[in-house]
Design a protein around this ligand. Structure first.
Ligand SMILES: *[C@@H]1O[C@H](CO)[C@@H](O)[C@H](O)[C@H]1NC(C)=O
Ligand SMILES: *[C@@H]1O[C@H](CO)[C@@H](O)[C@H](O)[C@H]1NC(C)=O
Ligand SMILES: *[C@@H]1O[C@H](CO)[C@@H](O)[C@H](O)[C@H]1NC(C)=O
Ligand SMILES: *[C@@H]1O[C@H](CO)[C@@H](O)[C@H](O)[C@H]1NC(C)=O
Ligand SMILES: *[C@@H]1O[C@H](CO)[C@@H](O)[C@H](O)[C@H]1NC(C)=O
Ligand SMILES: CC(=O)N[C@H]1CO[C@H](CO)[C@@H](O)[C@@H]1O
Length: 929
């Protein structure tokens, strides 16, 4: 009570206050020994802060019980969905004794003992001791508070005093950080924007519970409680940080990298974040770590929560609905984004982590790769066959087989003897070459024979063991050392290696694989040290049961910290070094595709979804995978088209090429010793279907490129879930078999074998068949559509204008071709669209103003193209055709810039005006009457 009173004098007048003492009787006996301090204090007090001004008030929440409860009653009274796991350890069977030694409730349930999921048997009682908010002071940007714990938690090095800092950074962004108040702890080295002044009209309000400490975040407009962390105790020990919250709905997305449906299950589902090399399996930690979720609230508003923490962690979801963050290091550093619509949430998230890089235009073309081409001649044969059939292809890739002994920066002088000529030939045809690089640097070479290792050793840029020796693991080339990309010297060494190799093989992009980092030995060839980094008091539910499973020791030394803290950042740091080297070497926009990723990765690389299987189910999983990475700010993403491992079939590969043509990053990739699965490997029917869909992609490249511009500029998603555009339509919340490009192109792939039709959902409104312009006016319904093997259903949303281009067999050829603009009229006969256009590869064209930007619109039977920004690139392009979908009556005449022009009109309400020959750099208008 004392601190409560004291606090009251520190801050403006309380406007409300309850004074009700809670009954202190009836605590479970297990708690008694822990909580003498608790007696007489167990009140829930709330300090609320009115964010609009200086007023704060506090009140005591009444939580007195009417009758005395026995410990068992008290425990049983906790509803099952609200039981927060007090014994998440997986390597042991929790007994009543173990559970009660932690002061928790033990109630057995009729389910497999300590199964991975299910109602926990050991859970926190409602009055489990936690931190107390001892003081809370205003600061320029928000407030700072002190949390104190009087009772030890059950993990070692429990931190007694914590600092809470809250910054009201913008009206839609809140930053809350909890850390040790006395000694600094590891923090993720991510440059984040610093607010300069406190938000003036935040659309949220924050309240504090003092005893036990808790945060309560509300959306002002609806009053919805978005976070309430009083539901379970805050725990903050050196290697165990845990905070739980109630969620306002079950519509939760994000939290990667995992294989699951886009909408997560909250049915006792634990998601672990620890970068790991493994073929994607459901419910295990995969290649990247993205501690970010997006949640749809009732009424269609959305918010997002980002925990800026790179340590191993797990996120436990339960049906309350509620969520628990459980990290084993770092600090609790939360950014909360209030939207209110899902697009804005993602935009606000990326304002913190950084907007994605603008990819080169050719990066959006079709990429072909496989492991096991065997020779450069064989690789070349495929390229030639693709050209022969005029199947679009922008880049040819090689997997590790191009290397000599799988060593980076080498190529096999025998099998890949003609690699330099192949690359030269690609360049002559306006095509590009991308090859794989692994971080593991071969360490067993005759001294003086392998510069990358010798020089790396000399410069001290490798990761060391705790004892200070170079840590040796094993990857493809055999024994390997691992570059420490947290060391700035490593950048220079990496650049020099790449530069040297580039003089021999002038590659255009880089594919960085195995960068979790993957190690075939657990930890190192000598295992790991027995300390608390390799064997922490709590190990999250990582695959393999140990932090060092298939990676280097957590205790390994890197220049800025221990691997324990930096592991999840390895792929990010390598991508940063790689993109920077490519820029210095080529002076153009880099294309980097990385397997391991972390928030802000989109600034440096794209991602592919890993070593998937050639199975129908895997093809489906790719859709949620692509959608999730668009939430994570890495829009340049796709899965291995036709599947990586296993044998594909002609039907599966045809369907997958159709879907893959709509991955933002489209690459067909295959493993070794499997049947070829490039388009030329199939019958002419399949090959033609694949070619057609690639031509459709290439036709849409101006639209796709503009979407990437918007992602780069504003943090928009490229591949987009339907609910982003229709947040009021709850049916869309669970859709992950269809998706949109931007706001307006709906893709409905066939994901099952033996089908000649597909059922897709059409949110309310008019949708036009992309190919024919025929329309359907949906009231928000699922429709069955024909889907023969040579067809993927694409629909345009009413009101959109898409810039398309006559496709060529490379993006270079396409990009010089005339445009066809497609306007899909809304019910009130208007439409809008835009086009970003530049030379496709120079650095920072937008930032330097060297681009063209056009806006198209239709109102009152007039199509207008307005040039808002112009550079020379637009003068090379003409607009040849305008198609208007949804023109209800046949016009009697059409004028182009005032002059009469021929046109055609079809019964399905499609108006086409051809042979326009208008220069893109000049505005124009086309009228029909
Ligand atoms: C808040 O201010 C009081 C009085 O100046 C001070 O004693 C206390 O340490 C401050 N608390 C924090 C968390 O800064
Ligand atoms: C927050 O959670 C606590 C503990 O479950 C509960 O007593 C309280 O009513 C909740 N507050 C709100 C506003 O939902
Ligand atoms: C690749 O093709 C070239 C030119 O035809 C030939 O000289 C060379 O021997 C071939 N290399 C291999 C490994 O087959
Ligand atoms: C690793 O060991 C090398 C050689 O002793 C040394 O130069 C380097 O600084 C060490 N790096 C780290 C991060 O400890
Ligand atoms: C359409 O373009 C014209 C001409 O630039 C402009 O006056 C009008 O406001 C635009 N309409 C919309 C809805 O953007
Ligand atoms: C096509 C496919 O199966 N994609 C999955 C591949 O693995 C990633 C995880 O890395 C999943 O997210 C994808 O859904």
């Amino acid at each position: 009570m004392k601190s409560y009173q004291k606090l009251a004098t520190d801050i403006p007048q309380p406007t409300e206050s309850y004074a009700e003492e809670e009954s202190i009787d009836g605590k479970p006996p297990c708690l008694r020994k822990l909580s003498t301090w608790w007696l007489g204090v167990g009140l829930l007090m709330m300090v609320a802060v009115l964010l609009s001004g200086v007023t704060m008030w506090m009140f005591r929440h009444m939580s007195g019980s009417q009758h005395e409860q026995t410990p068992l009653e008290k425990c049983s009274a906790v509803p099952e969905p609200l039981r927060f796991d007090c014994y998440p350890e997986r390597n042991m069977v929790v007994t009543k004794e173990l559970c009660e030694s932690r002061g928790c409730c033990f109630i057995e349930r009729d389910q497999p003992l300590r199964s991975r999921s299910g109602v926990p048997w050991c859970f926190y009682p409602p009055d489990f001791p936690s931190y107390t908010l001892e003081s809370l002071n205003q600061t320029e940007l928000g407030m700072v508070g002190l949390l104190r714990r009087k009772v030890k938690a059950y993990y070692p090095r429990d931190i007694e005093r914590l600092q809470l800092s809250v910054e009201f950074e913008t009206d839609t962004r809140l930053h809350i950080k909890i850390t040790d108040s006395t000694s600094p702890r590891f923090e993720v080295p991510l440059e984040v924007p610093q607010a300069v002044k406190r938000a003036e009209n935040p659309i949220y309000s924050l309240e504090f519970s003092k005893e036990p400490f808790g945060l309560l975040l509300r959306r002002r407009a609806s009053g919805a409680v978005l976070l309430n962390t009083t539901v379970a105790p805050l725990i903050f020990a050196d290697q165990f940080l845990q905070i739980s919250t109630i969620l306002p709905s079950k519509f939760l997305y994000g939290l990667g990298e995992h294989r699951s449906s886009f909408l997560h299950s909250l049915d006792w589902n634990t998601l672990t974040l620890w970068a790991r090399d493994v073929p994607p399996m459901e419910s295990y930690n995969l290649y990247g770590a993205h501690p970010f979720y997006l949640l749809m609230e009732e009424g269609g508003s959305a918010h997002g929560v980002f925990l800026l923490n790179s340590n191993a962690m797990e996120v436990a979801l339960q049906p309350a609905p509620a969520l628990t963050w459980r990290a084993i290091g770092g600090v609790l550093d939360f950014y909360i984004f209030l939207g209110p619509d899902p697009n804005m949430v993602i935009q606000q998230y990326q304002q913190v982590i950084g907007f994605p890089a603008m990819p080169p235009f050719w990066g959006l073309g079709f990429h072909l790769c496989r492991w096991g081409y065997g020779t450069s001649n064989e690789t070349w044969q495929i390229v030639k066959a693709m050209r022969n059939y005029q199947i679009p292809q922008d880049a040819q890739w090689n997997d590790i087989d191009y290397m000599e002994g799988y060593r980076d920066f080498t190529f096999d002088p025998e099998k890949f003897d003609t690699l330099p000529q192949l690359v030269e030939d690609l360049h002559k045809h306006g095509q590009y070459y991308v090859m794989i690089l692994d971080p593991g640097i071969s360490s067993t070479n005759p001294p003086g024979s392998y510069w990358p290792y010798d020089e790396g050793l000399r410069r001290g840029i490798f990761i060391n063991t705790t004892q200070g020796q170079t840590l040796i693991g094993q990857v493809w080339p055999g024994l390997t050392a691992f570059p420490d990309f947290s060391n700035p010297d490593t950048y220079q060494w990496w650049l020099e290696n790449l530069n040297q190799f580039h003089t021999r093989i002038p590659f255009d992009g880089l594919w960085i694989d195995m960068n979790e980092p993957s190690d075939f030995k657990d930890g190192s060839v000598d295992g790991c040290s027995p300390g608390e980094l390799d064997n922490p008091p709590y190990v999250p539910a990582v695959l393999g049961g140990s932090l060092s499973a298939k990676t280097v020791c957590a205790s390994a030394k890197q220049s800025t910290s221990v691997h324990y803290n930096l592991h999840n950042l390895y792929g990010l740091m390598e991508a940063k070094a790689t993109a920077s080297a490519l820029i210095q070497i080529r002076g153009k926009r880099p294309l980097v595709i990385s397997r391991s990723t972390f928030p802000s990765q989109g600034r440096y690389s794209g991602h592919w979804l890993g070593d998937n299987m050639s199975k129908w189910k895997d093809m489906y999983w790719s859709v949620p995978g692509v959608l999730s990475f668009n939430l994570f700010g890495i829009p340049l993403v796709g899965a291995d088209i036709c599947g990586f491992s296993g044998t594909t079939s002609e039907e599966l590969c045809t369907r997958w090429m159709q879907l893959g043509a709509f991955y933002p990053f489209a690459r067909n990739h295959n493993t070794q010793k499997e049947k070829a699965q490039d388009p030329v490997a199939f019958s002419s029917v399949a090959r033609t279907a694949m070619k057609e869909v690639l031509l459709t992609r290439y036709a849409l490249l101006p639209f796709l490129y503009t979407l990437f511009h918007r992602a780069h500029l504003q943090g928009h998603t490229v591949a987009r879930a339907l609910f982003f555009e229709f947040p009021q339509d709850v049916i869309t919340y669970s859709i992950d078999k269809q998706f949109l490009w931007g706001q307006s192109l709906l893709v409905t792939p066939v994901l099952e074998p033996g089908m000649d039709s597909v059922i897709g959902y059409f949110p309310r409104g008019v949708w036009y068949d992309y190919y024919t312009g025929s329309s359907v006016n949906s009231s928000g319904e699922s429709l069955k559509m024909a889907a023969p093997l040579d067809h993927i259903n694409l629909h345009l949303r009413e009101g959109a204008i898409l810039p398309t281009q006559k496709p060529g067999s490379t993006s270079w050829v396409s990009s010089g071709n005339p445009l066809r603009l497609i306007a899909a009229l809304s019910q009130n006969a208007s439409a809008w669209g835009d086009l970003f256009w530049d030379d496709g590869e120079s650095l920072d064209t937008f930032e330097r103003g060297d681009y063209s930007y056009l806006v198209f619109n239709v109102t009152q039977n007039v199509f207008t193209s307005t040039v808002l920004h112009a550079n020379v690139e637009a003068t090379y392009i003409t607009v040849d055709v305008l198609s208007v979908y949804g023109v209800r009556e046949k016009p009697s005449r059409v004028t182009v810039n005032g002059k009469e022009n021929p046109f055609s009109y079809l019964d399905n309400q499609v108006l086409t005006v051809s042979d326009l020959n208008l220069n893109l750099s000049q505005g124009f208008s086309i009228r029909w009457l």
